[in-house]
Design a protein around this ligand. Structure first.
Ligand code: HEM
Length: 342
């Protein structure tokens, strides 16, 4: 695993280094999920997906879900806009990188493991290039606020890379290598997991019309309470109680992350209650992104259920491959909903 993830990876380090890197990830992710910038970016992606389906009868959904979550992550972390060439390059390298995770660690030319190690090196160079550009810009624009490294994303406090390269980053004392590694770790944690859950939601909802109808009513009520085209916000999200239940139930059914096996490094006294479902891990390794993933999925479901009906071919099914894949890529037959609520 060290060969693929690198020695500074949050997923591998323990003790003080883990605590430090984890704090960096937790503070940014928890702050982002409730910001208007994040909601705007998320809704733009939802709307773009719905728009891109116009005039189509079928969509291969699982691929779209992966592109969606990758676009959201690279925009939030690195300010890479959807459709940028660099974003597609990162997605491609990420797919190769992730295949290596579940392969035998045999390093010979062309083996999945060797290709993943190379893909990780390319990803690392891509992030380093972006860091270099921002440092150069910062030097050439002397007198600017030193906490803002890049100047091409004018809203909010900047992206994650801005934060870790600025004053906040120095407070945590992150080395350049740690900065690169934490960007890639958050991408790794946040992209495939959320895309899989997104696909499983679409898959299960198609089979439970009563749940789908209740979900739709929840989102229709929220839409009715707003002006035409008014964006969703944190208060709306907090109204999505049934949506939250649907997400939790899908997680219970779906078993999204199944190949992370942890060993305790020391004995602990056990006195808590026994939890049967722990889709976000637990303890010191509890997923810092679960709240953000829930907002992402809730906003997506809002747009989906208000804009389209969908059906899935009878023999479609999720396969543990070991990542969750779909027999036909989750091919949906879609039909737009023409109602006045939208
Ligand atoms: C449905 C969505 C998600 C699921 C099911 C999920 C699941 C998990 C699980 C089971 C772990 C613990 C793994 C371990 O023991 O090492 C974990 C860790 C992690 N997740 Fe998530 N995750 C999701 C979304 C996200 C998102 C959106 C982000 C980032 C924005 C994220 C970032 C991370 C990070 C950085 C870790 C490592 C934490 C640490 O080692 O301290 N995850 N996730």
């Amino acid at each position: 695993m060290h060969g693929i993830l690198g020695k500074h990876s949050l997923l591998l380090v323990s003790g003080e280094q883990h605590k430090k890197l984890r704090n960096v990830a937790v503070s940014f992710i928890s702050a982002s999920k409730a910001t208007a910038d994040f909601h705007r970016c998320l809704e733009e992606l939802c709307t773009a997906m719905m728009e891109s389906w116009k005039g189509r009868k079928e969509v291969s959904f699982h691929k779209e879900a992966k592109e969606f979550t990758m676009s959201l992550m690279v925009k939030t972390l690195l300010s890479i806009k959807p459709g940028d060439v660099i974003g597609s390059r990162i997605l491609e390298d990420f797919l190769t990188y992730m295949k290596g995770f579940v392969s035998l660690p045999l390093y010979f030319p062309g083996s999945p493991y060797a290709m993943a190690v190379k893909a990780r090196a390319r990803l690392s160079s891509t992030v380093k290039e972006i860091m270099k550009e921002r440092k150069n810009k910062c030097i050439s624009s002397s007198g600017d606020d030193q906490n803002r490294i890049s100047d091409d994303h004018s809203e909010g406090v900047g992206d994650f890379l801005d934060v870790i390269m600025g004053k906040e980053g120095s407070r945590w004392g992150l080395s350049d290598e740690e900065q690169v590694s934490i960007v890639l770790d958050i991408l790794l944690g946040g992209y495939e997991t959320t895309a899989t859950l997104m696909s499983l939601l679409v898959y299960f909802l198609a089979q439970y019309p009563i749940a789908l109808q209740t979900l739709k009513e929840e989102h229709q009520a929220i839409r009715r309470s707003k002006q035409d085209g008014e964006p969703l916000n944190w208060e709306d999200y907090n109204q999505m109680q049934f949506t939250y239940n649907v997400i939790c139930e899908t997680l219970r059914y779906g078993n999204v992350v199944k190949f992370v096996h942890r060993k305790a490094i020391r004995d602990i006294e056990y006195k808590g209650t026994h939890k049967k479902v722990t889709p976000f891990g637990g303890g010191a390794r509890l997923c810092p992104g679960y709240g953000l993933a829930q907002v992402e999925l809730a906003f997506f479901l809002h747009h989906l259920v208000l804009n389209y009906r969908w059906k899935i071919k009878g023999d479609e099914m999720p396969l543990a491959y070991p990542y969750v894949e779909f027999k036909r890529g989750l091919l949906l037959k879609i039909e737009p909903i023409n109602n006045s609520i939208n």
